[in-house]
Design a protein around this ligand. Structure first.
Ligand code: DOR
Ligand code: ZN
Length: 405
């Protein structure tokens, strides 16, 4: 016998990309069934008393380090950290050991994530086999429905021909190509030009091939301008920015790639969020051990506080509405992954979060659930917390103040 469970969430302040309104939501069997109106008898009623309910977040750019570097993070610790940050869907990057260039590695990750059961994981396949910069023959064999994006993230694909060929295959196979724009040879002398040059090249190739290109962690004012112009010409490019690149600048010294940029870049990225050029906020959650950071490892552990950073720097400062933040963290990334999530609407999967925008806290990286206790935001005061997370209509996380970091 199939038991259909119905739960009515009453008096929710529903905030998604389209609406900000007080209403009731009926969840049936893990799906959002109805919003507002008359409801028949239900199994359970939860009165939210005007509390804010938003779609759970989707993160297109996450490093869980599994397989191979599980002392930095693993799928279990990463999943728990993601949920505490309000995420129920993540797209994991391929710079694991082995590099994810084959179906076996994809299956290992997806099975382990399913066993953990907290989040829906998608896995990136590398563009070039083992990041060798040349061989893309494995792309025709990648056949797992959980691979939607291909990327050599961590490295740029330096060869023009290889990138062009990869875009053509991606177009044929329905993959999105996520570009980590960096010419390593240029990076040391001119890290700004390194990103700008590859962004220019990738947009050119996108225009030529008409394949789906996604620019990862855009960080310079020049790069975001190029993307803005390309979008106006109808080039099928999307982009993401990270919470750190829109909040802090190179007054703070911290190893991360792309590097923390100038104040003018932070302003340009923020303007591009406001004018609609930026499609998504993605964390680039990059956990490392203390020892690896001391040796110069690049990256920031950020999935637990991404919402708080964005809320504090974008919404609380009145630059954007909470609705717009929902579009950037839920609707648009879900659309790119082609999943049935990202808005509070009948028929969508009932993955949602309750938030309190007024909770203030001081970031303490040592209290992170993630194994990666590495953030330059450490010690800063932020606002806004995820209170509860529901996946398929079931509550899977409650904030108790324990990870107030
Ligand atoms: O800072 C970074 N860390 N940038 C990257 O591109 C890779 C990432 C990592 O994997 O640690
Ligand atoms: Zn990257």
């Amino acid at each position: 016998m199939i038991v259909v469970k119905t739960v009515l969430f009453k008096n929710a302040r529903i905030v998604d990309h389209k609406k900000d309104e007080i209403s009731d939501i009926l969840v049936e069997d893990g799906l959002i069934k109805q919003i507002a109106g008359e409801f028949k008898s239900v199994d359970q009623i939860i009165d939210l008393k005007g509390g804010i309910l938003m779609p759970a977040f989707t993160d297109l750019h996450v490093h869980f380090r599994d397989p191979g570097y599980t002392y930095k993070e693993d799928i279990f610790s990463g999943s728990k950290a993601a949920v505490a940050g309000g995420y129920t869907t993540v797209n994991l990057m391929a710079n694991t050991n082995p590099v994810c260039s084959d179906n076996n590695t994809v299956e290992y990750v997806i099975r382990k994530a399913e066993k953990c059961g907290l989040i829906d994981a998608f896995q990136t396949s590398s563009i070039t086999r083992d990041f060798d910069g040349k061989d893309i023959s494995h792309l025709k064999n990648i056949s797992n429905a959980h691979v939607k994006i291909i990327s050599d993230d961590g490295f740029g694909v330096e060869s023009y021909d290889v990138m062009e060929e990869a875009l053509m295959i991606a177009k044929d196979r329905g993959f999105v190509v996520s570009s980590h724009a960096e010419y390593t040879a240029v990076s040391g002398d001119d890290p700004r030009e390194s990103e700008n040059l590859m962004t220019k090249r990738d947009i050119e190739l996108c225009e030529k091939t008409n394949a789906r290109l996604h620019m990862a962690h855009v960080s310079t004012k020049e790069a975001i301008k190029m993307i803005q112009h390309a979008k106006k010409r109808g080039v099928p490019v999307t982009c993401e920015v990270t919470p750190h690149h829109i909040s802090i600048n190179d007054d703070i010294k911290y190893e991360v790639h792309p590097p923390l940029r100038k104040r003018c870049d932070v302003i340009a990225l923020t303007e591009a969020i406001v004018d609609g050029t930026v499609d998504c906020i993605a964390t680039d959650h990059a956990p490392h051990s203390k020892e690896d950071k001391e040796k110069g490892a690049r990256g920031i552990s950020s999935i637990e506080i991404a919402f708080s950073i964005c809320y504090s720097y974008l919404v609380r400062t009145n630059k954007i509405s909470l609705r717009k933040l929902s579009e950037l963290m839920s609707f648009n990334p879900s659309k790119i992954l082609q999943i049935n999530k990202g808005e509070i609407a009948p028929g969508r999967i009932a993955d949602f979060i309750l938030i309190d925008p007024d909770i203030a806290f001081t970031v303490d990286e040592n209290k992170f659930i993630s194994k990666g206790k590495n953030t330059p935001i450490n010690g800063m005061k932020l606002y806004g917390r995820v209170l509860s997370v529901y996946k398929n209509g079931e509550r899977i996380y409650d904030y108790k103040g324990e990870n107030d970091g």
